[in-house]
Design a protein around this ligand. Structure first.
Ligand code: ADP
Ligand code: MN
Ligand code: MN
Ligand code: MN
Length: 336
């Protein structure tokens, strides 16, 4: 038998959460027909996705990989949610990205997402003293040592799990606020980047369980002079990656500026708590872009400016953003 963990995004407002449950598949029949994992159902009235009378929702498998937690041949199965009439559910933002992507295929968009997150032990960020605060920010970013870095065991286990699952992880680092970390997914095409990010988030939450650590994607987990948590979204088209791409990147920055408010409204709940203009952010009231500028909305990495081509970094998305929404809006605004 194979244990298949079916994973989906729920309908919790204002920020959707991941849910999962286990389906037992017969090993022989699964190995024979790898391509078509069975559909499944769940009680949508318990996930904010249906009413009691028409409570059934459907899970349509769309992406699977080895389950590094259970090991063996066990698998993780990412699903799209479909409604009572077998149509994409209103919460199914993946379907909308999937349907729109075809018209932008010629641009060959690629995404790399930097997922920041904060570890909690009970009500406190990991490593924070009881009833007080740690030393001011400064030594923690990319730090080393027991007085500066908290949660490395979870981080290493998560990295190992992601690599075993076959995800494209390009790196990780300890962040500016103690107890805060980041990993990077990609570059991959839009659907793969988003699907892999979903699996990576799932693995983080799941591995945290084994360590008594809860993981928060809150964009500003601690008020005051502490960094928030974002999900910088790095984006390129074929033209940006080729010689002369810098001009295409600059044009993309100008286009993103014309729809700033619309993007920010869709970049994650609580974005006004995080985009204050402090802590390496540009205020959500303003739009700006610049080379190597971490106080800008959009940053063109210095290396990209030197090479004359590459990608841009949208620094606005929150850690709790829906990647299927963020990547779709970026493609629509820049390539539309
Ligand atoms: P920083 O912290 O300096 O902003 P990181 O190294 O954390 O940068 O993240 C860089 C991100 O850029 C990674 O997610 C990587 O996948 C992504 N990336 C690299 N090249 C491209 C590209 N051509 N198109 C889109 N994303 C890219
Ligand atoms: Mn980074
Ligand atoms: Mn970061
Ligand atoms: Mn970044």
């Amino acid at each position: 038998m194979i244990k298949a963990e079916y994973i989906w995004m729920d309908g919790t407002q204002p920020t959707k959460r991941l849910r999962s449950k286990t389906k037992i598949l017969e090993k022989a029949s699964w190995l024979e027909r790898k391509a078509d994992l069975p559909k499944w159902g769940f009680d949508g009235s318990s996930t904010g996705q249906a009413t009691g009378e028409q409570s059934d929702c459907l899970l349509q498998p769309v992406f699977h990989c080895l389950d590094p937690v259970r090991g063996g041949d066990h698998i993780l199965v990412l699903c799209e949610v479909r409604d009572f009439n077998d149509e994409p559910h209103p919460t199914n933002t993946r379907a909308k990205l999937r349907e729109n992507l075809d018209s932008y295929a010629e641009y060959e968009p690629l995404f790399g997402i930097e997922q920041e997150y904060t570890m909690f032990s009970g009500m406190r960020p990991l490593g924070w003293p009881e009833g007080g605060y740690p030393a001011p920010q400064g030594p923690f970013y990319c730090g080393v040592g027991a007085d500066e870095v908290f949660g490395r065991k979870v981080v290493e286990e998560h990295l190992e799990a992601c690599l075993t699952a076959g995800l494209t992880i390009s790196g990780l680092n300890a962040e500016v606020m103690p107890g805060q970390w980041e990993f990077q997914v990609g570059p991959e095409d839009a659907l793969d980047a988003c699907d892999q990010l979903m699996i990576a988030r799932y693995l983080l939450f799941r591995i945290g369980e084994d360590h008594g650590v809860s993981l928060s994607l809150d964009p500003k987990p601690v008020r005051g002079d502490w960094n928030g948590a974002g999900a910088h979204t790095n984006f390129s088209t074929k033209a940006m990656r080729e010689e002369g791409g810098l001009a295409v990147i600059e044009e993309a920055c100008r286009k993103l500026g014309t729809r700033h408010d619309f993007h920010v409204e869709n970049y994650g709940e609580g974005i006004e708590r995080r985009l204050t203009g402090l802590h390496e952010t540009c205020s959500y009231h303003d739009f700006s872009w610049g080379i190597g500028h971490r106080g800008a909305s959009i940053r063109i990495p210095l290396q990209v400016a030197q090479d004359g081509c590459g990608y841009l970094e949208d620094r606005r998305p929150n850690a709790n953003m829906d990647p299927y929404v963020v990547t779709r809006l970026m493609i629509e605004t820049v390539c539309g």
